[in-house]
Ligand binder design. Sequence first.
Ligand SMILES: [Fe+2]
Length: 161
Amino acid sequence: MAAFDFPPVYPDCINEFYSTEVAGEAWALGLLKVAKNDIDRYHFGTFLQLETENKAHLGLLLYKYNLYASLSEDENLNEEVDKSVDQYQDSDSLREFASSQEEFIEKYLDRFQEIQKITPEEDLEIVDRMVKHEEAILYWVETLSLEKIIDLLANPLPEQP
Ligand SMILES: [Fe+2]
């Protein structure tokens, strides 16, 4: 995953957003493969919907600025995903697992807010959604409620089991 040790440059940082969503999909898929029960499967499946839908939103900006040349869908994410999968498998509860993810979610939220500050007005709707989605994930970490995530989805999963 991208190391955020440089200031974001607009619109190149849209690719950074995109790669975090590619990483988010890999994360959700990795967890879905080892989900321990139907409830966990519903949570991770909802995350997958969120990350995939975000990619579609970002597609509008990728097209606008023609950012395809440096776009990558196949970054090597195995190590990051394996770490989260291990944390999930070692957790006694979904709540314990959620807490273990807090640090990196906060790191993303900080970065997304940084990008939001340099976003031109006309693109703010899409970039605001990126910030909102990370806040919704952080809300899940703190409460295990998917409410804010589901509010963002055009294609939510059927009712929670
Ligand atoms: Fe994401």
